[in-house]
Design a protein. Structure first.
Lengths: 263, 197, 468
């Protein structure tokens, strides 16, 4: 294990923290390897990671449709499940954004405030809290296009965006570039939405599909073999589109690359 | 108008009833600081990008001959400046419609803005506002020492309360309404040539 | 199913996309290009983000003192010889303009671009009463000839190819249908409009900004058509929304540095004109219009939309707008700003608009006055959900989902059932385009044989990390 400077949370050094693992529903059901990779990766840094078995959903699908009533129960359950942890880590930017930014609709009890302030998306956690310098167990000799979701970009600011005039940075790139033999390719429209947007992808299907196929073509144009993202929900949509269009692109989560599997 | 007065009261009343509870203070505008040098060069470059052209002109005579070179077929040259006689003096124009046949309008700008390549033209310089817009082509005279760095400086110089019309004119008329293809000479001047004089 | 009066932007967008392989890709490409130019211009100004913040705060200050600044503007404009009118709503506005024109026996009016006048449906009102109204802006004229509203507030005909325009001009003006060179088409418009400027009894403009300190209003164009309209006919009428007010001359520096860079990636429009009182020998009327703006001021979640300076950057950056075209929104204002404004005009008619967004958030980041557009879109979704405007299918599915997600035992049951269900579900159900829109353009994801939860229980629970 590498010893690295880390940020204390609540006055506790990371290797004494209790970390709650948040696994969104679609990862649980469709992409369990992402959850496994996340857990294994966090454990490699000596963290004490727990997985509350009663977790269900962050409430985003309902909340994003304006359905606050039906979102509220799921949101309360999330707080209940995770309030006992020093911090919560989830391999999903849009879900983490939901907790940090949109749980402002709940009554702001001490528990709610604690959970909101200490829920991290995986890339953020590795980059900002653990300040990981290397991933010696990982190698990925492939060309890779990075896809940062809109939630991660504009909600959590894991990378700079073309709209805001600031010094460029990309935490996903910073982490991935530490992986042996990886080749990260540039893309034409790195922060143009891929068209997933949650329920948008079915309620506005034609527009969503156009956005998705453009994204896939961008990746193909730049010779990417893999598309890597901290957000599997976007990739689920892009993968569906690419497969239907017969494009030879593979989609995996950043946790899988940084952990060295499972694929 | 009586209707308008009661409308006025209705609207003001409605605004007052709906004003957000917390007023926001004016933030003030700080001085962003501007390098003083190279204003003329910046101005020329931006004017070029806007579709205009700048010319260094040594004398009034040179200006007159340059005008003839640029517009050899011009029949009606309407001038608002003493330096160029033209074929028609704008001071003689009573009605803007009389300017419909002007090939070249000649005016002097008060100052230019380096950040954009725009010049400031008012009713006083134009004499008849339409001269700036009905002329097929424009020649603009500008003292090269009268170039300010940016719009903040420009707004410190203008005297809006003292003129009915003032325009930051940046190059010739343009449009990109058809397939986003830039075309010059949409409705106003087809070309704008600026003489540093 | 939506009631007939409801606008269905998703369906309209689909029509825009599927019409051919030309229109939508072109539309997307042009507006993406405008954004790239915007980024380049903004990057050249070190204080860009600070300018946005200042502009936002100036607007918030003005709006929270709007009555004061309107009165100051009126006093100063009147002092300089302008006639100032107040219009409570669209009908008022149209009536005031009509009586001014009537009072001057005007038969033909030439106008420059104004979203407000479009909002008030002024042109049909006047034409109904025997006054000919001609749009002088090329894009607006194209749309007027085609009997369509503008599709973009800065580039009104950006959804049309040059062939479309050539065909249209051939049909309506009698030019060569095969000459689609934009230079030719622009020249056609120039020669068509000039005689109208010279014949018109009045010129009408909108107003981009109004400066309270001096009673000045500003009009920004690239063509100079607003200036011709103001400089040639003896009568100039300008109408603008009350939210266009700015306190001081000095403030304009901030807004002008932001406006054209945001709209089209140029440092300014070709013409930025300031009108303070009537020109020599002319007459000037200014109409200040409310039409719901004061009511919007009283909406805590939505009043920031009044800061809008109508640059159109939100439309250019919006991935949904670029692929839908502005006409898909069925309203005067389209794109992200349209999504948050239009429900204030008709909540039911525009109840689907807030869902015509992927909530990517790009609009909020390009807005020069920092309107929280994306957040307001989400807030409108809440309004629509509370009012029961959500489409029935969505309401039912989210009630079920909400219940399931609130009850872990049921969730786990559904999870266990889902995998086998998807493997054995009748093919037609899964692949039916109507029942499962996902499938029209995408392959379905397959649930894993073993969920993460099952893996965790099998591989980790003996470590005592399990919370029951």
């Amino acid at each position: 294990m590498t010893t690295q400077p880390t940020r204390a949370i609540r006055g506790r050094a990371p290797n004494t923290m209790k970390v709650g693992l948040f696994i969104p529903c679609y990862i649980d059901l469709i992409y369990p390897e992402v959850g496994i990779a996340t857990l294994q990766l966090l454990e490699r840094f000596g963290l004490d990671v727990g997985f509350p078995l009663n977790q269900t959903c962050c409430g985003q699908p309902m909340s994003n449709s304006g359905d606050e009533k039906n979102a509220a129960a799921a949101e309360h359950l999330f707080i209940e499940n995770f309030k006992g942890y020093d911090c919560i880590v989830g391999p999903a930017g849009s879900c983490v954004k939901q907790v940090r930014c949109h749980y402002d609709r709940l009554e702001q009890t001490e528990e709610v405030k604690h959970v909101r302030q200490h829920t991290y998306e995986l890339v953020e956690f590795l980059h900002d809290v653990l300040k990981v310098e290397s991933f010696p167990w990982a190698e990925f000799p492939h060309s890779v296009a990075i896809h940062n979701s809109c939630s991660s970009l504009r909600g959590l600011r894991i990378a700079s965006t073309s709209e805001i005039m600031e010094a460029p940075f990309d935490k996903t790139l910073t982490l991935l570039s530490k992986v042996k033999d990886i080749v990260v390719v540039p893309v034409d429209r790195p922060d143009d939405c891929c068209g997933f947007g949650g329920t948008f992808c079915v309620t506005d299907e034609a527009v969503s599909a156009r956005m998705g196929i453009e994204k896939a073509h961008d990746h193909v144009r730049h010779g990417a073999e893999y598309v890597v993202s901290p957000d599997m929900s976007c990739l689920m949509h892009q993968q569906g589109i690419a497969r239907r269009a017969g494009l030879d692109l593979k989609y995996i989560h950043v946790a899988q690359v940084l952990n060295g599997g499972p694929y | 108008m009586e209707m308008s007065n009661s409308n006025r009261e209705t609207i003001l009343r409605s605004i007052r009833a709906n004003l957000p509870s917390t007023g926001v203070q004016h933030p003030g505008i700080r001085d962003f600081g501007r390098p003083a040098g190279a204003l003329k060069a910046m101005f020329e470059q931006r004017l070029k990008e806007a579709g205009g052209a700048a010319h260094d002109v040594g004398s009034v005579a040179e200006a007159a001959s340059k005008l003839r070179l640029l517009h050899p077929d011009a029949k009606v040259i309407c001038s608002a400046v003493p330096e160029i006689a033209g074929t028609r003096r704008v001071e003689k124009v009573r009605d803007p419609h009389e300017l419909a046949d002007v090939d070249v309008g000649v005016v002097r700008a008060q100052f230019g803005v380096a950040e954009s390549g725009a010049v400031w033209l008012t009713q006083e310089e134009l004499v008849v506002d339409a001269l700036g817009f009905l002329s097929q082509h424009l020649i603009v005279l500008l003292d090269p020492k009268q170039i300010v760095p940016d719009m903040h400086a420009a707004y410190r110089r203008v005297r809006l309360a003292e003129t009915a019309f003032g325009c930051f004119m940046m190059g010739p008329s343009a449009t990109a309404d058809v397939e986003a293809t830039l075309v010059h000479g949409a409705q106003g001047a087809r070309t704008l040539n600026l003489f540093f004089l | 199913m939506s009631a007939p009066r409801q606008v269905n932007p998703a369906a309209a967008a689909e029509l825009f996309i599927i019409q051919d392989q030309i229109h939508e890709p072109m539309h997307d490409r042009f507006l993406w290009g405008a954004m790239q130019r915007r980024h380049a211009e903004a990057a050249a100004i070190p204080e860009w983000e600070e300018l946005r913040e200042i502009a936002s705060k100036i607007k918030e200050h003005t709006l929270t003192h709007l009555d004061h600044y309107l009165e100051e503007f009126e006093a100063n404009a009147t002092k300089r010889g302008a006639h100032v009118h107040w219009a409570v709503d669209a009908t008022d506005h149209n009536q005031i303009v009509y009586s001014i024109l009537q009072g001057h026996s005007v038969k033909e009016l030439i106008k420059s671009k104004s979203m407000l006048q479009e909002e008030c449906q002024m042109t049909p009102f006047l034409e109904h009463r025997g006054i000919k109204v001609i749009e002088s802006d090329l894009g607006e004229r194209i749309q007027q000839l085609d009997d369509q509203p503008p599709s973009h507030i800065v580039f009104p005909a950006i959804h049309k190819t040059r062939q479309d325009v050539a065909q249209l001009f051939a049909r309506t003006i009698g030019t060569d249908p095969n000459n689609d060179d934009p230079h030719f088409l622009t020249e056609v418009m120039r020669n068509n409009a000039r005689p109208r400027f010279l014949a018109a009894g009045a010129g009408m403009t909108g107003g981009n900004f109004a400066i309270a300190e001096t009673g000045t209003f500003m009009v920004c164009t690239n063509e100079g058509n607003a200036d011709i309209g103001a400089a040639v006919p003896p009568l100039h009428i300008a109408s603008m929304g009350i939210e266009k007010m700015i306190p001081r001359v000095e403030d304009m520096g901030v807004f002008l540095r932001l406006l054209a860079r945001s709209a089209e990636g140029a440092p300014l429009t070709q013409y930025s004109s300031h009108y303070t009182g009537p020109r020599k020998g002319g007459e000037l009327h200014i109409v200040l219009v409310d039409n719901g703006r004061s009511r919007r001021l009283g909406m805590p979640d939505f009043w920031h939309s009044l800061k809008c300076i109508r640059c159109g950057a939100c439309m250019n950056t919006c991935p949904v707008y670029r692929r839908s075209g502005g006409l898909a929104y069925g309203a005067t204002y389209s794109g992200p700003i349209g999504v948050i404004l239009d429900p204030t005009f008709d909540e039911f008619k525009y109840s689907e608009l807030p869902f015509h967004s992927s909530l990517c958030g790009s609009c909020s980041e390009v807005c020069p006055v920092k309107i929280d557009i994306s957040d307001q879109i989400l807030k409108w979704r809440r309004v629509m959900a509370e009012k029961g405007y959500l489409p029935l299918a969505k309401r039912l599915s989210f009630a079920v989902a909400g219940h399931v997600f609130a009850h872990p035992a049921e969730y786990q049951l559904v999870e266990k059932a889902a995998e086998p269900a998807m493997s054995y579900a009748p093919h037609f159900l899964m692949y039916n385009h109507t029942l499962n829109p996902w499938i029209r353009d995408r392959e379905l994801p397959r649930p894993a044989k073993q969920s993460f939860r099952e893996w965790y229980l099998a591989n980790r629970s003996e470590h005592g990390n399990v919370q029951q």
